[in-house]
Design a protein around this ligand. Structure first.
Ligand code: AHR
Length: 612
């Protein structure tokens, strides 16, 4: 029996509850959400000089990456071609395994050129040897100092495997930098189909920009928000923690715009003056730490303060005079131990002094149990931390056995942001088994929404063939995208959150297996004030169907409602070709306050019942 007592209401579930965690891992941003089609556009990838590029040149032509006459101090490398006599060269970019262009759509090609070159420069989009679009950039003129050139290119055919070439005929020295190809129509540099996937998740918050990316391998490549704003040629392309160069074409300003568009609270995470702590961390000196702290204060001025402040003025100059009203700041990602705590205290003191209402999120260690974790919690409790960031990557078995984890948390202690979580199956497949475990775990998290106030799956994106981490929520390539089973669980939970938890009890048998205790069914009941619906979410992760009598007291039912069902085999996965795991809706009628329902094997069921 599942007994639901409407007169006993539990904690409210904040609107910010289900969020997303954004990090440029797996080419989530460069080669992903960011619409730039050219890879290594600014030739900053110094370790592999020609990364992304191929060069064909006449016998007399010499080419190299140089830095003597940089475009600016943040963009120091460029491609140089020397033509001692009139000759030819073609520089070709392959994008991320073939550039995708659509017939009839407009693409903006742009590049910066300089030098004493005289000749013809042509930009071409080609597929095999077929020219799909072309235009001349510069005709019989000396290039002179750095100047930007732009062209509108409209492909005559759709291609998923095209390339961008710059074909050069002439003599002299030509320097090339910031070669870009982008669809002309885009929203703040973001890919529309991927944006839609995010929009459909209805995130209550966005945690960004990482992750380990925030920490850096050393402090040198830790994320610095100031390097991520302003015109793109001024942004510093840097080697990122995940092993590729990152243009920062989507930076803090764009993240804030994204939050605004998705009506999600921004949750920016800042480096606490410590690089990746798991492996020989680098600690900022006392002097350097002041700078890291100042960065956060400057960010808050940028995001929240009036336009007559310096950073508020910068925000206005970028086109957003209204403040973004940032309410949360994360200090650290997967940091722990006395040196981190000492730094955290300094950040907190400085932030609270100027921004007393901003809530500060304390970082937990990478582990979600064990000594480091317990010590971190002790420190957090004793030092009145407001929000503790927990990360849980665990087996489906662990998740199913720990759905009551937050029942035991102190109601008067710090709140929890479950900033990263995912079920990792053997082989780390994004299958239905993993998603079922996440759904079961989420029922327990939602039931404890007085403790856990935010939760976000991680990582968010994976560009097929360009990934460093699996499993992930959303998979895509140059023109296609699909949501994994975990994506649909996130979506269904976010769409069916409810405002308040309703007391419920399920007479539930327990399994015991290999030292774990499991339940037959996992559930949570909530109420949505706006639609006046009782929302019953039940997860059956097992191979047997379960029939349950639902007894609802304290409220009358209209008798009709809706069932949202996700089902499949535990090994089922989604792909570009087939979405095996997607929610299906149907109307249900004739229900009174006592009825029987069969929760089928391997399902997530949501019942939305109109109350009277
Ligand atoms: O989500 C991938 C990585 O997992 C994050 O960057 C890090 O915080 C965690 O270890």
């Amino acid at each position: 029996v599942l007994r639901i007592d409407f007169s006993r209401q539990g904690p409210e579930i904040p609107e910010t509850f289900h969020g997303i965690f954004f990090e440029d891992i797996n080419h989530a941003v460069d080669g992903g959400l960011y619409v730039e089609l050219v890879r290594n556009r600014s030739f900053e990838q110094k370790t592999r000089k020609y990364e992304g590029w191929q060069i064909e040149r006449g016998d007399s032509v010499k080419s190299s990456i140089e830095e003597t006459y940089p475009l600016n101090e943040n963009n120091t490398h460029y491609f140089e071609l020397k033509f001692p006599e009139t000759d030819r060269a073609t520089l070709t970019n392959l994008g991320y395994g073939g550039i995708v262009v659509f017939q009839g759509q407009e693409y903006t090609f742009s590049t910066y050129l300089s030098g004493d070159f005289t000749g013809t420069i042509t930009a071409l989009i080609t597929d095999d040897n077929e020219v799909l679009a072309s235009g001349n950039v510069l005709l019989h003129q000396p290039a002179g100092g750095w100047k930007k050139y732009m062209l509108n290119l409209i492909p005559t055919k759709t291609s998923t495997n095209s390339r961008l070439s710059i074909s050069i005929l002439g003599s002299g020295t030509l320097r090339i930098d910031m070669v870009s190809l982008m669809p002309r129509k885009n929203w703040n540099g973001m890919r529309e189909d991927l944006l839609r996937m995010l929009e459909d998740l209805k995130p209550g918050f966005i945690r960004f920009p990482g992750g380990c990316l925030v920490q850096g391998n050393t402090l040198e490549n830790a994320y610095r928000w100031k390097e991520s704003i302003g015109s793109v040629e001024q942004r510093k392309t840097k080697w990122n923690f995940w092993g590729y160069y990152q243009t920062l074409g989507i930076g803090f300003y764009e993240y804030l715009l994204l939050c605004e568009r998705l009506e999600a609270e921004p949750v920016p995470i800042f480096n606490p003056g410590i690089s990746f702590q798991i492996e020989s961390p680098e600690y900022a000196s006392e002097e350097e730490l002041k700078e890291w702290i100042q960065d956060v204060l400057d960010f808050l001025e940028f995001a929240n303060d009036a336009t007559d402040t310096y950073w508020g003025g910068v925000r206005a100059s970028l086109g957003h005079p209204e403040p973004f009203n940032v309410k949360y700041i994360g200090v650290g990602n997967e940091n722990w131990g006395p040196r981190y705590w000492e730094n955290f205290e300094k950040f907190r003191e400085a932030i609270k002094k100027r921004y007393p209402d901003v809530k500060i999120i304390f970082s937990g260690p990478p582990s979600y149990e064990g000594t480091d974790f317990r010590q971190a919690w002790r420190w957090a409790r004793e030092n009145n931390v407001e929000i503790f960031d927990e990360h849980i990557y665990a087996s489906p078995e662990w998740m199913l056995a720990n759905t009551d984890r937050y029942n035991r948390y102190d109601r008067n202690g710090p709140k929890v942001m479950l900033g990263e979580y995912a079920a990792h199956t053997d082989g780390k497949r994004n299958n239905w088994q993993a998603a079922l475990a996440e759904a079961a775990f989420l029922t327990g998290v939602e039931r404890n929404s007085d403790v856990v106030i935010m939760a976000s799956y991680a990582p968010l994106f994976n560009r097929v063939g360009w990934s460093q981490w699996v499993p992930d929520l959303i998979w895509f390539d140059g023109y296609r995208v699909f949501g994994t089973p975990s994506y649909y669980v996130q979506r269904v939970f976010a769409e069916n959150r409810g405002d308040v938890v309703i007391h419920s009890e399920l007479t539930n048998e327990e399994y015991r297996m290999f030292g774990y205790r499991y339940k037959h069914l996992y559930h949570v009941v909530t109420y949505d004030e706006k639609s006046k619906e009782l929302i019953i979410k039940v997860v059956n992760p097992w191979p047997e169907d379960r029939t349950v009598r639902l007894e609802i007291q304290g409220i009358g039912l209209e008798g009709n409602g809706k069932e949202i069902l996700i089902s499949g085999g535990p090994k089922d996965e989604n792909s570009f070709d087939e979405l095996k795991i997607v929610p299906k809706e149907r109307i249900i009628t004739g229900l009174n306050t006592s009825f029987e329902y069969t929760f089928k094997a391997y399902t997530v069921t949501v019942l939305r019942l109109k109350v009277r």
